[in-house]
Write a protein that binds this ligand. Structure first.
Ligand code: CMP
Length: 334
C-alpha cells in the first residue's frame, strides 16, 4: 500500500442523505422507542442475574416486531467503566441516555488486533461497529486510484457505523498502526435498536443547521460534517440569563440558533449577536485565553453548543479561520 496523505472525498453526503431519508421514512411510523428501552433494561436486569443472553420482543427497524437478543458479555467492573469512559470521549454514543449506555456496555465484546492487521476492508459486508480502547488505527479509502489516507483513530473514537446505518458495504479500510490495538466491538442488532435510532434522530435534528452554518463551508469532507451533528447539543435560556461571564473559561463553543444575545464588558453593553450562526466561547477554546466579555440572553433564546472535548475532532480543522475571526469579531474591544 502506498497511500497518498491527502484529504478529499466523493459526493458522499448525497448517498448518505438518500439512504438516510429512506431509513427515516421507513422508521417514522414505529412505536415509542422509550418503551422499547424500558423493556430492554428489564431484560438486562435478568441477564445480569443469569449471565447469559435472553430474547425479548421489541420493535425493530422497518416497523417490524422482531425477536431481539439482548446480547450480554460478562465483564469486570473495571472493564465496564473503561468502556463507558471511551464511549463518553467520542460522538457516536452522545445521544444515548444512561439506560441505553448500560445495554450497549453489556453487549460490547473485546477484540485484539496486531500491527498492520485490517480491522475493516473497504467493500466487504459489515456487521459490527468498533470503539478504540487502546492503540491507533488508520483509515484509507480507495476512490478508484489507490488508497488515500483519511484519518487516524485514537482511543475513544469509533468507526464502522456507516455499513450499519445505511446497510452498505464498508466505505473505507481501517488498519492497525500501533503495535497492538484493543477494540470494543458492538453487534449490529444492539447498534440498530439502541444506537442507530438515537444517532439518526440527532443527525436529522441538526441537519438543517449544519447545511446552513457558513463556517462549515470550509470543511471539505462531507463525512466530517455529518459526524459533527453527533457533537452538537442544544440549550435554551431565559431573558436575563448569563450564559458566559467575563474572566471565565468556557467549556463550550456556543452558536446562536434563535434570539438575541448581548455582549458586555465591565457591565457595559457593547453590541448584540442576532444572526443565526454567530458564535462565542471561542476565545477560551480556540485561543486558550479567558473570555473578555459577558454574554447575556436578551430574550428567550436557543443556542447550539459544541463541548470543549469535541473541538479537536470537529472545528480544529478550520482553526486558522477561527483565530482570524476572533480578531475580526472582537479586535476593537479587546
Ligand atoms: P463503514 O463504512 O462501516 O466502515 C469503514 C469506516 O470508515 C466507516 O464506516 C466510517 O466509520 C469510517 N470513515 C472515516 N472516514 C470516512 C469517510 N470519509 N468516508 C467513509 N467512511 C469513513
Amino acid at each position: 500500500m502506498n497511500p497518498q496523505k491527502v484529504k478529499n472525498g466523493p459526493n458522499f453526503m448525497q448517498q448518505v442523505n438518500k439512504k438516510k431519508h429512506v431509513d427515516c421514512a421507513l422508521s417514522s411510523n414505529s412505536e415509542s422507542s422509550d418503551d422499547e428501552v424500558d423493556e430492554i433494561v428489564a431484560i438486562k436486569k435478568d441477564v445480569q442475574k443469569q449471565r447469559f443472553s435472553v430474547s425479548a420482543e421489541a420493535y425493530g427497524q422497518f416497523n417490524k416486531k422482531e425477536n431481539f437478543k439482548a446480547k450480554f458479555i460478562p465483564k469486570t467492573k473495571e472493564q465496564s467503566e473503561r468502556i463507558k469512559q471511551r464511549m463518553q470521549a467520542g460522538f457516536m454514543f452522545s445521544a444515548l441516555n444512561d439506560k441505553e449506555i448500560e445495554i450497549v456496555v453489556g453487549a460490547m465484546e473485546e477484540k485484539i488486533f496486531n500491527k498492520t492487521e485490517y480491522v475493516i476492508k473497504q467493500g466487504e459486508e459489515g456487521n459490527v461497529l468498533y470503539v478504540v480502547d487502546t492503540g491507533e488505527l488508520e483509515c484509507f479509502k480507495n476512490y478508484g486510484k489507490g488508497d488515500i489516507f483519511l484519518k487516524t483513530y485514537y482511543p475513544g473514537e469509533s468507526f464502522g457505523e456507516l455499513a450499519l446505518l445505511f446497510q452498505s458495504p464498508r466505505a473505507a479500510s481501517i488498519i492497525v498502526k500501533s503495535d497492538k490495538a484493543i477494540l470494543w466491538q458492538l453487534d449490529r442488532e444492539t447498534f440498530n435498536l439502541i444506537v442507530k435510532e438515537a444517532s439518526i434522530k440527532k443527525r436529522q435534528q441538526f441537519e438543517t443547521f449544519l447545511e446552513n452554518w457558513d463556517l462549515l463551508k470550509e470543511i471539505k469532507d462531507p463525512y466530517d460534517k455529518l459526524k459533527m451533528s453527533d457533537a452538537l447539543f442544544e440549550k435554551q435560556y431565559k431573558k436575563g440569563d448569563v450564559i458566559l461571564q467575563q474572566g471565565q473559561k468556557s467549556n463550550e463553543i456556543f452558536i446562536l440558533e434563535q434570539g438575541k444575545v448581548s455582549v458586555n464588558k465591565n457591565n457595559q453593553k457593547l453590541f448584540e449577536l442576532i444572526k443565526f450562526g454567530e458564535y462565542f466561547g471561542d476565545q477560551s477554546i480556540v485561543a486558550g485565553t479567558v473570555e473578555s466579555f459577558t454574554y447575556v440572553a436578551e430574550e428567550e433564546i436557543k443556542l447550539m453548543y459544541i463541548p470543549k472535548k469535541s473541538y479537536s475532532s470537529t472545528l480544529k480543522e478550520i482553526e486558522g479561520t477561527l483565530i482570524k475571526n476572533i480578531q475580526t469579531k472582537y479586535g476593537k474591544y479587546l
